[in-house]
Design a protein around this ligand. Structure first.
Ligand code: TXA
Ligand code: MG
Length: 334
């Protein structure tokens, strides 16, 4: 199968919508990362996602919808969940709620909950409008590897595995959505940190939002299921990645060196940076692209500068991804 990259003409959007309705896979741009989409109510189509990514079937998928009205067809909403959807959708927030019976088991990995979000990327919203179906979509990378933030990244991992990618340019946020579990409306829990922070959720819900599970290391060992968003090794380059503080660019030409901000003065090819001046939005937007570039350049190791812990906000999400990317490979993860 040859993978084709499509520009967003009205004709192409109609073609891709028809392909999705027929049960084919299409990689789609979102504001966070690219997703690998299939018709969410078609179990066979969703099965292809797991095959293409090499993803274990006990890791459930996020369903993408146009708005709250469509989301309510798939899940049992409570008032706190509606409040969050009204405030943060379309946007980088995924809400976990009890599922309705129309959602296939393969999407939820047999759980009685479903994860839903309404993406803000204008092209994917146009696609959702034309296709008129919900789209199940995990990130469009091989399982365990760095998430894609451009159409070229998608092809890098999945060329030949899928028929189409919709090219929507580079993702503006760059790290995956915040996942909040509202199955128990009295006890909201963040399962994965993202651009929407615990503080922002708390302000709307007026209750404590727990982040406990983020640090529950090794939790996947204790259950048969993969604890959502909690695989301790994930988002990883193939080159060993080491988190470091305080070193100078002059050292070690065989090591790719990733700094938070562009270093001053002259430096060699092995020096990379995540932002001009350290802005966290820019760091998040560039993180996966720079990790990929460093990984592809054939260095023995990659060093990445540590972000101060406890800076809160987007730093929590960035630190979470960098830590997982640097965690030692576990058995069974490619
Ligand atoms: O920003 C994003 O969320 C991107 C874009 C494409 O929307 N998607 C994404 O999907 O990051 P993925 O599959 O790479 O991560 C989805 C996470 C997984 O950790 C999965 O375990 C969790 O969502 N998840 C899915 N369904 C769940 C459920 N019912 N309960 C708890 N966690 C769930
Ligand atoms: Mg992923």
């Amino acid at each position: 199968m040859k993978t084709k990259s499509y520009s967003p003409t009205p004709h192409n959007l109609r073609r891709l919508a028809a392909a999705l309705q027929r049960g084919e896979l299409v990689a789609i741009p979102t504001e966070t990362v690219y997703g690998l989409a299939a018709h969410a109510l078609d179990a066979r189509a969703c099965g292809k996602i797991f095959k293409a990514k090499g993803r274990p079937t006990n890791d459930p998928l996020i369903v993408h919808v146009l708005d709250l009205a469509h989301a309510e067809m798939l899940a049992d909403f409570n008032e706190p969940a509606r409040k969050l959807a009204r405030r943060f959708w379309p946007g980088p927030l995924t809400i976990v709620l009890p599922r309705k019976s129309c959602v296939p088991d393969i999407v939820t990995a047999g759980r009685d909950t479903v994860a839903i979000r309404s993406p803000s990327h204008p092209l994917t919203r146009r696609l959702l409008r034309v296709a008129r179906i919900p789209l199940a979509a995990p990130s469009a990378n091989l399982f365990g590897y760095i998430s894609p933030t451009s159409a070229a990244h998608v092809l890098d991992g999945l060329d030949g595995e899928i028929s189409a990618v919709l090219d929507g340019g580079s993702c503006t946020i760059g790290v995956e959505s915040t996942i909040v579990d509202l199955t128990d409306p009295k006890r909201p829990r963040i399962l994965r940190p993202g651009a929407i922070t615990a503080q922002e959720l708390q302000r709307i819900l007026r209750t404590k939002v727990s982040e406990r599970s983020i640090r529950a290391k090794g939790a996947e060992k204790n259950t048969g299921l993969i604890a959502p968003g909690m695989l301790s090794q994930h988002y990883s380059p193939r080159t060993p990645l080491i988190i470091k503080a305080g070193w100078s660019t002059a050292q070690l030409p065989e090591v790719a060196q990733i700094f938070l901000r562009k270093p001053a003065g002259r430096f060699a090819r092995n020096v990379f940076w995540l932002s001009q001046r350290g802005a966290l939005t820019e760091v998040a937007r560039n993180l996966y692209r720079v990790l990929r570039e460093a990984d592809h350049a054939g260095y023995r190791q990659i060093w990445i500068e540590a972000l101060p812990d406890g800076s809160g906000g987007l730093a929590t999400a960035i630190n979470d991804r960098v830590r997982r990317a640097a965690a030692k490979r576990q058995r069974g993860v490619p």
